[in-house]
Each structure stands twice: as structure tokens, then as C-alpha cells.
Design a protein. Structure first.
Lengths: 507, 360
């Protein structure tokens, strides 16, 4: 008899239906798998054999052929185990009368018949639902993740025996109850701006950066709290919407970095080490392509500590995703596009010895050394970082003693207001933030008064600003005006924007 | 170049062949001061050049002259010209020092040789305020003087930045006039050759050497009526320039620094020894008894006035501390400080620290 069971394979972030066909017939005993399975799928032969035996079921004798259709896509991983086992049982007529049609089976099997969770369940469920499937058998370990799908019957199973009993109707399994999405499950834990002492200048820059979606470069001596500030960035960003959360969860599910909650409710913050390779950063892999750090930071913050220490090629690879908000990775196994709309926050020392501009230490670097150090970051990359701010190590004990530090939530309120203004502004253009403005938008939304133009001209002449610095300053000035709920960009806004022009004076 | 005298051809070739021969230099200078007796000059040139080239000139002085002519053509092809002790426009101030360069290889505005000159130098590492002050002073001096300096980082750069816009700038190199030193300033060297005056006593292609920096400093001082030292450590090379200026009877000025600041020890020592204390261009004009009306004061908003007053009171201060003092949110303070910086009244010293710049 031939049995057909539906399973799903992952291609990038999309699920692709795969039919597992099993033929068990009389003949010389044998067990073959065809249809472009990779090593891990072929190994499922042995797992499935043991799992069936150890679940008190019968492994059929005779000639068994398992085919994965369509045969032209390569199948990876162990998520097919459950589907193979069920189809084997069905082919050997051990599941007579069971309801297996229109059902998607997902799960990895242990030798004792237990069902193990798999990576990438949510993207598969979302794709399968789009293809019209509404009945799923999934590992109990993935139940939390599955709960956010809604509009489908999802049965969590612990073992193969339980699955068989359920399919034969001798046992009941409660379907996963749909869960409502709550942003910020972990609010109040971890980083918060209220723990950052002092740093009023950097705090302000942080607020502007998030409000306008600008990328941020923190320059300062070691030990001044650059990393701490960067950790606070996600906490200041607007709450995730369910759609955004789902998108982010898909990526993390595929990468297998999804936590206990089954959904990403906080904006992600990724801090790859500076030894990270370009592939680790952008995504890749031998056959199965996995999302890289920039995709894992989608919707959140990518923090690059000690920016000049990263490999130049790795940094240059960030330029296109910074522009497009996505990355396309091409490999032998196919071409995949992952979303990568992240906010870049980078930090660096001001000079090789780290003490340039320090209040209490002496910098021993020559101007040429400092320039060489800063030149490690290419102009085109700096071009995409609108805000460059110095973080200093002035002791603020006296300053801060009577002052209560503002919490992330309070800053977030203001950010939300500024974002709302931008949403109205960009309603028709499909943009979201000021940072995404092009030349056309700059000329229509960032018109300056005569006085404002004079200031910019003076800045150009005095500070030898590059032409590209002009749009950078204009965008930041627009965000500052939005934070002040001002329709026009006032001279004070331009002046403040000019004061974040550090990188240009460095060149 | 055909108008070039026989002496000029000899001297150019001599300078090109034996750039470091101080004895020859001294003797030639002596001869030139006496009105150049031709026979003597020819004898010395033949001896020095034969030694330097390590060969015998069978054609005698005529052959040397021909080679000198060729060298002048090479210079001209690269856009340089030569000014020798025999030239009428050789700077008089430089002629007056004990060992003037036999020839100067130049590019750019030849008329600057005849202008009054003032030298601004400073260590390569100098505080941001000194850099800004140097730039401001160079800018104001360049309306009356040609500003003389080197082409290195730091103090030299401040003087170049200040004076280059007006074009009244003379840069003296410690290497051949076509050599980029430091390499990072290659574009700057070409810019100066185009808009101002580039000067070197060394022949084409000669690299900077230890002795050539010292020798160059004597030209800096020799060309100028006065020398301003922006910053100098205890053993800074800029002190050699100041020392030469004293020896040649030129005025020496120095910016005062914080007591104990390593980058200012040399300046403060100069002031102790009697150098003029200089806080702005006015001090220099006063010392030369020159009339000077300052730049028009920029207009400031009341808030900027308060900020400037607070900044002057504090010396060097952090933006946040200034905001606290004036009761402003930090971003308004940042805006006011950026405005002061644009108007040339304040300078960012790194790490969000700001300093006021003297306008007088």
C-alpha cells in the first residue's frame, strides 16, 4: 500500500510543502529513501525504525521505499521524522481509519519514540496556513510558538505512541489555545536608561536616533558606558506590533534562537563579536541558508562594539542592507532574501590609545595615528550613520546627585509622539522614518528658513563639511524639530544637528 | 629663463649638487655680500661641484653652467622656479642671516617673497584651543603679512588653514619642493603651490632628513619679522625656530598655556625669558606698532551671550556642566555652543569639552 503524508521543508523563511510517500511491499527486505534527502534526513531511517519499535508498534518487513516529493528541492534537518514514521505506519496498515489527510506532521523523533521540537516551526505554520492547511500535529515543545498562529487546529504531541493513539481516536489531545500577543513580556528586566548615570549628551543623541530611525556612532574612551547605552536602545524603541513580532519571530525560529516564550516580544539586540565573519553577519550556510546577525537584529538594534576592529569587508557588506532593509543571499542551494531592517549602533575609541578628549588622561597618539585609526571606517559607511556623538568620562557625581535619571519608558513616550508625526508625513511614500528620506523628500520636508540656510553655509565654510554631511544634518534637524513638535526646522534645531557632526570634523 | 644670469646658473647647480654643504654656503654668502667677484665664485663652484659630483669637469665652468641651465629647465618643466642669492627678489630678511640658502626652489606666488612676513609654528600635538587660536591669528595676520610656516600636522596646519584662504602663505619644506612630506598632505602641498608659495632650499626629489628640519627652521625664522609659537613641549623643535629668531634679532611671541600642561612648557618658558605674551592678533600688531581694526564682532542671541560668558569664566568646560550652570536643557546648550563654534568664538576640545577663543 502507498501512504501519503504532508510535511514542510524550510526554504529561507518560507515553508514549502513536501509529500512523504511510502510504499511497503513484499520482497527482499530493504529500506530506501529517495527524493533529494540530505544526511540528516537519511539518518532519520534509523531514528524512525527505533522509535517505531520502542513505541510498541511494528516496523514493517519487506521492501520499503520512502519518497520525498517534489524531488527537486533539497530536504534538510530532522523535521520529517514524524511524517516518515506516520506514513510508514499507514503504509503497513497500522493506522486504518485514522484521519491523516489534510494534516501537516512536523517533528523530530528520539529513539524512544519521544517527539522533539524543531527549528522554524512558526514560519512553516504561517506558510502552510497560507496554502490552506489548518490541521497540524506539532511537537509539544513548540506549542508556545504555535499558539500565536490562530485560526488553526494545532495538536501538540509528546511521543509517537501518543500521536498514533490520537490518530486512531483512542486518546484525546487538547488543541493549542490561541494566545494574544503582549509586547514587552520582559519589561522591567535588564537594561533601562534609568540606570545610566550622567551622559546627558549621549542620552539626548540616543533619543534623537531612535525617534528618527538614525544610525548612531558612539565615540568615547574605554569604560565610559558606550555598551550600556547601546543596550538601552531597544528599550526606548516603540513597542512591537503583532505583525512585526511575527516577522521577527519567523527569523529567530529559523535560526533556532527562539526563547522560551515562543515569540519575540521585545525588540532584538544583537552584539556580534568583532571576529564575526561576513557570512555570520549577513547570513549563509552550505546548503541551507540561515539568517545572519543583521537579520536576527531585524526590527531591533545591531550593536557593533569597537567598530574599527571589525574586518573591513564585513563592514562594507552592511552597506546594502542598511539601504534596502533586506539581504539577498545566494548559494548553491538557492537564493534567499531575509529581512534586515535594523538600527545600527556602533561604538569606537576616539584614538588608538583611547584617551583623546579624555578629561583626566593624556592622549599619546599623533594626529596621523588618529586619522589612520578613524579611516578604518569607510566614508560610505559613515555616510549612513547620521548621528555621531562623543561619550565622555567626566565624573557626574555632583551633577547627578539631585537629579533622578529618566527611565526608558518616559523617553519612549516622546519617541512615540515623534514617530506619529513621521507616520503622517510619510503616509503616501511608504517610508517610516526621517532617516530614510531621499533628496526629493529632503527638499519638500526639510526646507530651511533663510537663517537656517545661513547657519548651514557657515558650517560648511568653517568646518569644511562634505556635501553628504548636508543631508545628514538636515535629516537630524528634522527629527529634532519633530521631537519638539515643531512644524518648521528652527535655527536652534540646525545648530544642535550641527553639533552631532563629529565624524565630518574627523575626516 | 634665458634672462638668467651666469651667477644664477652656477648657484642653482651648486645648491642642487651640495644641499648640505654648510661651509660652501657660508663662503658663497660672504662673497655675495661683497658683490660677487666672478673669479672667486667660479673657483669655489668648480671645487664644490666637482667634489659633490665626484668627477672632473673637463669643460670647466662652461660645462657647469650648461648643467645649471639644464637643471633650471627641469625645474621649470615641473612648475618650479629658482631664486638665488644673486636674484633681485631674494628676500632681504633672509639675506641678512649668517648662512642664507644659496638658492630657494619655489612654486606659486613669487610676489610673496617681497611681502612682510610673520612666522607661526607649533608642535604637532597641540590642544584644540591652541589650534583654533592659531588658525584665527593666522587668518587675521594674513591680511597684512604673508604667514610663514611648515607643512606638518598640528601648529603648521593651524597656520596653513588660517592663511590659505587669503593666499598670503609661505610654506617652507624640509625636503625637495616636489616631495610629499608628510605623505598625507600631498593634496595640501599642491594646493599651496597653486594658491600660495611653496619654498625649499633642497633640490628636486630630496627626502626630508634629520638635519633638514633644523636647517628649515632657520629659514622660517630668517624669512620672518617675528615668530609666534602656538605650543611647544620642553624639547620641541619649534623652540629651535624661536631660538633662531632670537639669534637673528626677530621678535618672539608665545601663547600662554596652563602651568603644568606638557604641551605648553616651552611656550611658558619663552614668556619667562622675555618673549611677548600673545593672546590674539592684536598683540602682534601692537608690538610692530601697526594699526589694526579687529574683525567685526558677530551678532549673538542673549542666550549665546550668556553661554559665552559662562564659557569664558570656566575656561574649559563640559557641555552638560555649562547647561547645568545656565539652567538650560543640554540640547539647547549644545545648540548655543555649536553656534559659538561656527562664529569662531569657541572650540570643541574633544569629549564634549568646549573652550572659548580669545578674539583680541
Amino acid at each position: 500500500m502507498i501512504a501519503k503524508i504532508v510535511c514542510y521543508a524550510l526554504q529561507g523563511l518560507e515553508g514549502v510543502p513536501v509529500e512523504v510517500e511510502t510504499d511497503a511491499s513484499k520482497g527482499i527486505p530493504g529500506y530506501e529513501m529517495v527524493g533529494l534527502p540530505d544526511a540528516a534526513v537519511k539518518e532519520s531511517k534509523e531514528r524512525v525504525r527505533s522509535a517505531i519499535k520502542n513505541s510498541g508498534l511494528l516496523f514493517p518487513l519487506g521492501k520499503i521505499t520512502v519518497n520525498f516529493a517534489p524531488a527537486d528541492i533539497r530536504k534538510e534537518g530532522a523535521a520529517f521524522d514524524l511524517a516518515v514514521a506516520v506514513s510508514l505506519l499507514k503504509a503497513s496498515e497500522q493506522l486504518v481509519g485514522a484521519h491523516t489527510e489534510d494534516t501537516v506532521f512536523l517533528g523530530e523523533l528520539a529513539l524512544d519514540g519521544a517527539v522533539r521540537p524543531i527549528a522554524g516551526l512558526l514560519p512553516i505554520l504561517i506558510s502552510a496556513k497560507g496554502h490552506g492547511y489548518t490541521r497540524f500535529i506539532v511537537p509539544a515543545g513548540n506549542a508556545k510558538e504555535a499558539a500565536y498562529l490562530g485560526g488553526a487546529e494545532i495538536y501538540p504531541v509528546r511521543s509517537l505512541a501518543e500521536t498514533v493513539a490520537f490518530l486512531l481516536g483512542s486518546a484525546q489531545i487538547a488543541p493549542v489555545a490561541p494566545k494574544k500577543f503582549v509586547p514587552h513580556l520582559h519589561a522591567g528586566q535588564g537594561a533601562d536608561l534609568k540606570y545610566v548615570k550622567g551622559q546627558p549628551v549621549a542620552r539626548r543623541a540616543l533619543e534623537i536616533a531612535v525617534a528618527g530611525g538614525h544610525n548612531l556612532l558612539l565615540v568615547g574612551p574605554p569604560g565610559t558606558g558606550k555598551t550600556m547605552l547601546a543596550r538601552c536602545l531597544p528599550t526606548v524603541m516603540p513597542d512591537l506590533s503583532f505583525e512585526e513580532a511575527l516577522e521577527i519571530t519567523k527569523i529567530h525560529s529559523v535560526a533556532g534562537t527562539l526563547g522560551e516564550d515562543g515569540i519575540v516580544s521585545d525588540r532584538p539586540s544583537r552584539t556580534p563579536h568583532h571576529t564575526a565573519t561576513t557570512v555570520a553577519m549577513c547570513g549563509g550556510g552550505n546548503r541551507v541558508v540561515r539568517p545572519g546577525e543583521i537579520s536576527l537584529a531585524h526590527g531591533g538594534v545591531l550593536f557593533l562594539d569597537e567598530l574599527p576592529e571589525y574586518k573591513r569587508s564585513t563592514l562594507e557588506a552592511l552597506r546594502q542592507p542598511l539601504e534596502d532593509g533586506k539581504i539577498t543571499v545566494s548559494r548553491a542551494g538557492g537564493t534567499f532574501t531575509f529581512p534586515a531592517r535594523f538600527m545600527l549602533c556602533a561604538s569606537m575609541n576616539p584614538c588608538p590609545c583611547g584617551n583623546y578628549g579624555s578629561a583626566d588622561k593624556v592622549c599619546t597618539c599623533s594626529p596621523a595615528e588618529i586619522r589612520r585609526y578613524r579611516r578604518k571606517i569607510s566614508g560610505p559607511l559613515l555616510d549612513r550613520i547620521d548621528l555621531q556623538v562623543e561619550v565622555d568620562n567626566v565624573p557626574y557625581a555632583a551633577l547627578a546627585s539631585d537629579e533622578r535619571q529618566e527611565s526608558s519608558a518616559a523617553v519612549r513616550e516622546r519617541v512615540n509622539v515623534a514617530r506619529a508625526i513621521q507616520n503622517v508625513r510619510f503616509e503616501e511614500s511608504g517610508m517610516r522614518t526621517n532617516a530614510e528620506m531621499g533628496e526629493r523628500e529632503l527638499s519638500s520636508f526639510c526646507r530651511l528658513s533663510a537663517e537656517g540656510e545661513d547657519i548651514l553655509r557657515a558650517a560648511f565654510e568653517r568646518m569644511k563639511l562634505s556635501a553628504r554631511a548636508r543631508s545628514r544634518i538636515l535629516k537630524v534637524a528634522r527629527t529634532i524639530a519633530d521631537l519638539a513638535a515643531s512644524e518648521d526646522i528652527l535655527p536652534a534645531h540646525v545648530y544642535e544637528a550641527v553639533s552631532y557632526r563629529l565624524g565630518d570634523s574627523l575626516e | 629663463m634665458s634672462a638668467c644670469s651666469q651667477e644664477a646658473r652656477l648657484l642653482v647647480w651648486l645648491a642642487a649638487c651640495a644641499p648640505a654643504d654648510e661651509r660652501a654656503r657660508a663662503r658663497i654668502a660672504q662673497l655675495c655680500a661683497q658683490g660677487i667677484p666672478r673669479k672667486e665664485l667660479e673657483k669655489i663652484c668648480l671645487a664644490v661641484i666637482e667634489t659633490a659630483q665626484n668627477r672632473v669637469y673637463k669643460g670647466g665652468i662652461a660645462e657647469i653652467e650648461r648643467e645649471g641651465e639644464e637643471y633650471l629647465a627641469r625645474l621649470a618643466a615641473k612648475g618650479f622656479f629658482a631664486v638665488t642669492l644673486a636674484s633681485a627678489d631674494y628676500p632681504e630678511a633672509l639675506r641678512a642671516i649668517p648662512d642664507p640658502p644659496i638658492a630657494l626652489f619655489c612654486a606659486g606666488r613669487r610676489e610673496l617673497l617681497g611681502m612682510r612676513k610673520f612666522c607661526i609654528v607649533g608642535a604637532r600635538l597641540l590642544p584644540a584651543w591652541a589650534q583654533a587660536a592659531g588658525k584665527a591669528i593666522a587668518g587675521e595676520l594674513s591680511r597684512t603679512f604673508a604667514v610663514v610656516t611648515g607643512i606638518a600636522e598640528g601648529g603648521d596646519r593651524a597656520a596653513v588653514d588660517g592663511a590659505l584662504p587669503s593666499g598670503n602663505l609661505v610654506c617652507v619644506l624640509p625636503c625637495g619642493p616636489d616631495v610629499d612630506y608628510p605623505a598625507a598632505h600631498a593634496a595640501l602641498r599642491r594646493e599651496i603651490a597653486k594658491r600660495a608659495l611653496l619654498v625649499s632650499e633642497y633640490p628636486l626629489g630630496m627626502r626630508a632628513q634629520k638635519f633638514s628640519f633644523h636647517a628649515r627652521n632657520r629659514i622660517l625664522a630668517g624669512l620672518s619679522q617675528g615668530v609666534l609659537v602656538l605650543a611647544a613641549g620642553e624639547k620641541s623643535g619649534t623652540l629651535i625656530t624661536a631660538d633662531r629668531a632670537l639669534a637673528y634679532g626677530r621678535e618672539v611671541f608665545a601663547l600662554p598655556h596652563n602651568a603644568g600642561a606638557a604641551q605648553g612648557v616651552g611656550c611658558n618658558a619663552l614668556i619667562k625669558q622675555g618673549a611677548y605674551l600673545c593672546t590674539g592678533a592684536q598683540d602682534i600688531f601692537d608690538a610692530f606698532g601697526m594699526q589694526y581694526e579687529g574683525m567685526p564682532a558677530p551678532s549673538l542671541t542673549p542666550q549665546e551671550e550668556r553661554m559665552l560668558a559662562a564659557l569664558r569664566l570656566a575656561g574649559e568646560e563640559h557641555a552638560a556642566a555649562l547647561a547645568q550652570r545656565l539652567g538650560l536643557p543640554v540640547w539647547e546648550a549644545q545648540a548655543a555652543l555649536a553656534s559659538l563654534e561656527l562664529k569662531g568664538l569657541a572650540v570643541r576640545a574633544g569629549g564634549n569639552q568646549y573652550t572659548a577663543i580669545s578674539r583680541r
